[in-house]
Write a protein that binds this ligand. Structure first.
Ligand SMILES: [Zn+2]
Length: 277
């Protein structure tokens, strides 16, 4: 069972574990990067069982494993120990995924009472499974906007955020909340969330969207042309380098008579990134 990490071109790290649920870093060097690594990465989502022999055991941040020239690997080998481990994994998949997420060595959560504990963050692969039905999900993810021809913002009631035909700052009585309000631009952006083990599409609104693209709705509105198009890359960011801890709500949308899972971003929190020395 492993988790890919980005390394230099001739080295790749994985996190492996066994029934003890102790995460161990396995570092593959040189010829293994060209051969075994791509085989493992192809199967990474299914959390393959790995047999490794002639590995060097090193004491660094606990025990870790590294390849030698004589090392040998077999993926999902047909031996009783591997079958037993695979059966164990079926029952413990969620624990293993959570272990990998919370032991990502590059990331630790900033201390803030506003943030949930890291144990509540779920890998995106689990969240996006159709059988998963929870009211809220937490995911640790980077954000990217690939759909550039979307509208990004709409004019909204300043109180209930429903769509309005009123012009910017124009006072009006809202048809929905019946209050005397004014019209304010509000972001509505379709984003891709990239986390460990996968990615998913989500919709983000208002202040959360402003935080993710580092740009206010008013700035985006001012940079929108007569045709309603704006180049977000000129004023905000299309992708984040850093991870956020994101609260998601799943809902079903009917698309061509099929129920499709969609996700709304409910809140966005900073994740503190530890720098490698
Ligand atoms: Zn309203």
């Amino acid at each position: 069972m492993q988790q890919t990490r980005i390394g230099a071109s001739d080295v790749q790290e994985f996190i492996v574990t066994d029934k003890s649920l102790t995460p161990v870093v396995l570092t593959m060097w040189d010829q293994f990067v060209n051969n075994e690594v791509s085989l493992i990465v192809d199967k990474i989502d299914s959390m393959p069982i790995i047999l490794g022999t002639c590995l060097k055991v090193v004491s660094y941040k606990g025990i870790s494993l590294t390849t030698k020239a004589s090392s040998f690997f077999a993926l999902n080998p047909d031996i009783p120990e591997a079958v037993d481990l695979a059966n164990w994994l079926i029952e413990h998949k969620e624990e293993v995924l959570n272990l990998l997420v919370t032991n990502d060595p590059d990331l630790s959560l900033a201390s803030s009472s506003m943030q949930p504990s890291p144990q509540t963050a779920s890998p995106i692969a689990i969240i996006s499974q159709p059988t998963e039905k929870l009211p809220r999900y937490w995911a640790k993810a980077r954000v990217q906007i690939t759909k550039l021809n979307q509208q990004f913002w709409y004019m909204a009631c300043s109180s209930c955020h429903k769509n309005t035909v009123a012009e910017f700052n124009q006072p009006f009585q809202c048809l929905f909340c019946k209050k005397d309000v004014s019209a304010k631009p509000r972001l509505r952006i379709e984003v891709n969330l990239h986390g460990n083990f996968g990615s998913l599409k989500a919709i983000t609104f208002g202040e959360h969207a402003e935080k993710l693209i580092n740009c206010t709705a008013e700035t985006l509105m001012e940079n929108t042309n007569e045709e309603g198009m704006c180049n977000l890359a000129n004023v905000g960011q299309l992708q984040t380098e850093k991870y956020f801890l994101i609260c998601l709500k799943k809902y079903q949308l009917q698309v061509q008579n099929e129920d499709e899972d969609r996700f709304n971003i409910m809140s966005v929190h900073d994740v503190h990134v530890k720098m490698e020395k």
